[in-house]
Design a protein around this ligand. Structure first.
Ligand code: PGA
Length: 248
């Protein structure tokens, strides 16, 4: 039985006021065996770490640079994220691929440095509407997975998480149906079983794309959906708590 994991991806949202309104209610809850984490903007990682210290709430970052350190103005390194208390780092989010030119090769480099540092990479993959319409969903997600394995080796996903996030479902209110999501999750797990070393059965596969309190339980009930990467709904404490309860 895989543990459920819910991660809130705040994207470029938040303020001190949001930390003060969102985190205390979350800290008062407990979600059984489910793991729950938040990925605030890097500017608030330190403050969030201080607020959640000693609790079971976990911390993640939304991005990291692929280099150790050096003259990379504006960037953040894995060692900084570790010092701040992060456990997870999102990598390859479709917004990074789309707006910041992150190619499969850059994503693979970032994945590698995250993994080497001992942090847990959360590899985000998923097809656009156009790719789905052309029946290319499996090719696209396999290509995104294979790029990481080609760079790191067949044990790349040994201590990692994959988040399947169909681009057409992100921030659109248009969620994949549980059956659509389950189909792709099952394909991904099979592909990992066929191509990777290690145990595909224990790899956590999260779903992301307009997950909310109203649809979380049915998505999380699917056999290969082990949790959620939640964007918009993670900014509302009631919604986010209800999603985490559905995972508990
Ligand atoms: P959304 O975003 O829940 O707002 O669709 C999910 C994500 O981009 O991780």
């Amino acid at each position: 039985m895989r543990q459920k994991i819910i991660l809130g991806n705040w994207k470029m949202n938040g303020s001190r006021a949001l930390l003060a309104s969102l985190l205390p209610p979350l800290l008062r809850e407990s979600f059984g065996s489910a793991r729950v984490g938040v990925c605030p903007p890097v500017a608030y990682l330190g403050q969030v770490a201080a607020i959640i210290e000693g609790s079971s709430l976990e911390l993640g970052a939304q991005n990291v640079n692929e280099h150790d350190k050096g003259a990379y103005t504006g960037e953040t390194s894995v060692s900084m994220l570790k010092e701040l208390g992060c456990r997870y780092v999102l990598v390859g989010h479709s917004e990074r691929r789309q707006y910041f030119g992150e190619t499969d090769a850059i994503v693979a480099e970032k994945f590698a440095i995250i993994r080497r540092s001992g942090l847990i990479p959360v590899l985000c993959i998923g097809e656009t509407q156009e790719e789905r319409d052309q029946d290319q969903t499996d090719q696209v997600v396999f290509r995104q997975i294979d790029a990481v394995q080609a760079h790191i080796g067949s044990d790349a996903f040994a201590n990692a998480i994959i988040a399947y996030e169909p681009v057409w479902a992100i921030g659109t209110g248009k969620t994949a149906t549980p059956a659509q999501a389950q189909d792709v999750h099952q394909l991904i797990r099979r592909h990992i079983a066929e191509t990777a070393a290690g145990d595909a059965e224990s790899l956590p596969l999260l779903y992301g794309g307009s997950m909310k309190a109203a649809n979380a339980a049915e998505l999380l009930a699917m056999a290969d959906i082990d949790g959620g990467l939640v964007g918009g709904a993670s900014l509302d404490s009631r919604e986010f708590i209800d999603i985490c309860r559905a995972a508990a």
